[in-house]
Design a protein around this ligand. Structure first.
Ligand code: ATP
Ligand code: MG
Length: 560
């Protein structure tokens, strides 16, 4: 798939204007700043395509910054998954950086603000500080510690830094305006005391910066020009600008630009909630194929190119909305149609015995081999030989002992095509003690080799099959939506209330021998059944990526 042309959007307009005005001397530098407290999800893929894609388009660079300012929730495992997922998506950061590398500089700047009379140590607890913040139309209340002298503040801050006080005993706050119409500017907290082990800085620090105190300053230290984030930071932008305008920055003052988060129907994109699914064992891990994490989607068989194309083509705006999951699936299907090799597999096997099939001189059923294209969409994928003999498996639902109206597949007396092989007619069935059909008997027409009758007679259906003597046993995992509601949590406020209890069904199927050679992670099309990804670890386990029917096209038709 060729990469889609980059859309024009308001972010590019801002950068173009900055380039025209020489704001950053034509320099464009962005960053992708995940907190290593979970695995990346489809929403992050959107941010990655925006951050990396925009920088690349303007000849700039994009760094990965691990926003590791919260020692309690962050782990090396998450850092490693983030690196792997970004690489898999097809991007490579110019540099891998860590906010924790700036703890020293941030602290110096904090003392600088104290010296300017722009920050103070507050002894009140969190609840009191929140209660004093006020609200819209309701002024805040100034802390009784707000007017401490510079000397006292400096002394207290140094003792906080030295570890003299327990967690929660004091905070450092910016001294801005407790009546500001923007709550974010009502003396925001800059530092909290936290005696906790950090996965990189160990026990060097017991002061940890808040997001607002760390983010813009980290951008400035790195030389970021355009700091692109999601819309919920909109109201924080004045604070972002305030900190930067007070500090002796090493270079240009970066600019924060916000865009709407990517949300999908039937999907939750919140690390906290995804972490809960993992912790409670509702899914089998962060890379469970039902998870909207990049590792889950990868295991499910989603091609990186399809995710990139989706993220790019939906565009980037400042209006929150929810995309249809079927639209993403449609991109996946489009990509896989071009790239996935075709195979035959039967997921609910029913034995089909061809009674007039010939035997060889030794009395063994003859085996024929049919040469079939690996991918009719791509001749370069070549062909393979598929064995055919007198005993086959067909899909249970392709046979009906008592055919309902409009059932055109196999039934007694009806002729159908076994794809690429022969026309066969069912003649009788065998049952088990419970009356279930265990075997269908049929005859074949030797004149129809390849699947067409020389007399031109037509059949109404073509079915897939596998030769029983040559089949390999497979496990096929079929998935339904993890959340039944289009907007999980819409009714109760709790997304987990809308969990689908039947989101996975694992079937024991039979497949043509070539599937034994599927590479880990390879995605193939099981004819008539969908695209399936070979599990990266368990041989002969396949996850259904998507079905073959384009539900997105149907939705668009319905919507006119
Ligand atoms: P979560 O709420 O899932 O924890 P987050 O925003 O806290 O997400 P971060 O690790 O802080 O996660 O995010 C890194 C970057 O990815 C940020 O710039 C953030 O704005 C962006 N991002 C996160 N979720 C989405 C989303 N759904 N759509 C677009 N961008 C996102
Ligand atoms: Mg976050």
């Amino acid at each position: 798939m060729t990469e889609p042309a980059a859309a024009n959007d308001f972010i590019r307009d801002i950068i173009r204007r900055d380039n025209e005005q020489g704001t950053y001397g034509q320099r464009v530098q962005t960053r992708f700043p995940p907190e290593p407290n979970g695995y990346l999800h489809i929403g992050h893929a959107k941010a990655i395509t925006v951050d990396f894609g925009t920088a690349k388009e303007f000849g700039g660079i994009c760094n990965l910054r691990l926003d590791d300012t919260n020692p309690d929730t962050e782990e090396t495992e998450y850092v490693e998954s983030i690196l792997a997922d970004i690489a898999w998506l097809g991007y490579s950061p110019a540099q891998v950086l860590h906010a924790s590398d700036y703890f020293g500089q941030l602290y110096e700047w904090a003392e600088y603000l104290v010296n300017q009379g722009l920050a103070y140590v507050d002894d009140q607890d969190n609840e009191t500080i929140s209660a004093q913040r006020g609200g819209f139309g309701k002024p805040g209340i100034e802390s009784p510690y707000r007017d401490r002298s510079v000397a006292e503040n400096l002394d207290l801050l140094r003792r906080m830094r030295a570890g003299e006080f327990p967690d929660g005993a004091k905070v450092l706050r910016a001294r801005i305006d407790m009546d500001h119409e923007n709550m974010a500017l009502r003396d925001p907290v800059m530092y909290r005391i936290r005696h906790s082990h950090h996965f990189r800085t160990g026990d060097d620090w017991c002061l940890y910066p808040t997001y607002d105190w760390a983010h813009g300053q980290s951008d400035a230290i790195e030389g970021v020009t355009h700091s692109i984030c999601t819309l919920e930071f909109d109201t924080h932008r004045p604070l972002y600008d305030w900190y930067l305008s007070q500090l002796p920055l090493p270079g240009d003052q970066p600019k924060q630009i916000e865009f709407a988060r990517l949300e999908l129907t039937h999907t939750v994109t919140s690390k906290r909630r995804l972490a809960k699914l993992v912790a409670e064992g509702i899914v089998e891990g962060w890379d469970d194929p039902r998870m909207p994490t990049l590792s889950g989607l990868r295991r499910r068989g989603y091609p990186a190119a399809a995710i990139r194309a989706f993220c790019t083509e939906i565009g980037t705006t400042r209006t929150n909305s929810r995309q249809n999951i079927e639209a993403l699936e449609s991109f996946v299907r489009r990509e896989l149609n071009a790239t996935a090799q075709r195979r035959m597999a039967v997921l609910r096997p029913l034995r089909l015995v061809i009674d007039n099939w010939p035997v060889d001189a030794a009395g063994q059923p003859v085996v024929e081999h049919f040469e079939v294209a690996n991918n009719p969409e791509n001749a370069a994928d070549g062909t393979r030989l598929v064995a055919f003999s007198g005993e086959l498996f067909i899909e249970s639902e392709d046979f009906a002992e008592v055919p309902p109206p409009k059932f055109f597949r196999l039934s007694i007396g009806r002729e159908v095509r076994l794809r690429g092989a022969y026309l066969v007619t069912a003649t009788s069935v065998e049952h088990d003690a419970d009356g279930n059909v265990t075997t269908v008997h049929a005859t074949y027409d030797p004149a129809t080799r390849g699947g067409d009758a020389p007399d031109g007679r037509k059949v109404k259906s073509t079915m897939h099959w596998v030769s029983a003597a040559h089949a390999v046993e497979i496990q096929a995992a079929l998935y339904d939506r993890l959340f039944t509601a289009a907007v999980p949590g819409d009714a109760t406020g709790e997304p987990l209330d809308d969990l689908n209890p039947d989101s996975r069904e694992v079937l024991a199927g039979m497949a043509e021998a070539a599937l034994a050679e599927a590479a880990p992670g390879q995605v193939v099309q099981f004819e008539r059944l969908g695209y399936f990804a070979a599990d990266p670890g368990t041989p002969l386990l396949f996850h259904r990526t998507v079905g073959l029917r384009d539900e997105w096209a149907a939705i668009q038709r319905r919507q006119g």
